[in-house]
Write a new protein. Sequence first.
Length: 310
Amino acid sequence: MDIGINGSNTLLSADLGSIQADVAAAERDGFSAYWLAQSGSIDALTVYAAHGTGRNTDHGSTELGTAVIPTWTVHPQAVAAQALTTQAAIGGRLVLGLGLSQQPTVRSRWKLAWERPVRQMLDFLDILQPLLVDGAAEHDGHFWSYSGEIQQVAAPPKVMLAALGEQMLRIAGRRSDGTVLWCVGPKTITDHIAPVINAAAADAGRPAPAIVCSLPVWVTDDPPAARAVLDAVLASYAELPSYAAMLEREGVSGVGELAIVGSEVEVTDRIGALAEAGATQLSAAPVGGSPEEIERTRSVLVSANAAGRS
């Protein structure tokens, strides 16, 4: 199993330089991927494009992924154009992660109607993917429609979906390169995520999809205190229906209990359990109560990534 870095906590600074420095650090450390949320005032694809064009030399092999871009607020043709531009800027390393977001966010923040979400994603893909692959799309949909062409400035990037429910997992298996998960543990991957998405991909004659599991990782000598902090900071996720359903499947009450927390040995063992469950990559969000704990966590992740690639 590969190890990537979920750098979305850097968005709290809203400082482009700091975010780009974190991307560069992940590349230098040899992580398989770097993932950035589409949140607030920072546009993930623009961050990556600026990062790529600013280096002008060796782009490395670290994939750069969005986790994830909501599909309700922007037309798929605009996303296709931006994704292809970013793909060209970063040397073909983009993973375009897409998701439906959450019903409360769509209704209360964007003031949009939450209706037929699966149909919304299918409409989006029916325009986006032909544009990425062929440079043209013809689709009259319930939510999104488009007729036209765009220039192909780069090879098509990978496309992955944030999929937790059975319908979305089947779409991810049939139509995409895999799924990007949050608030999902090894039991849920074994019993629910992997069987559904892998079967859908096999039925469609597609390669085995990626299963990217994103979780906080914290190497510490005081796991109970660390878990309490994570439960408090990430309490809102346990209140969202789709995440709450995954926590219930896993048999835990909050993200703190689900997170990978403990000594170096305990963290390494839990990373191994994710691989055995069927995850193809851990997208780790390194956290800690001090710079020393964050460095300990990062060191374990570097070693795990090297071991997974050997």
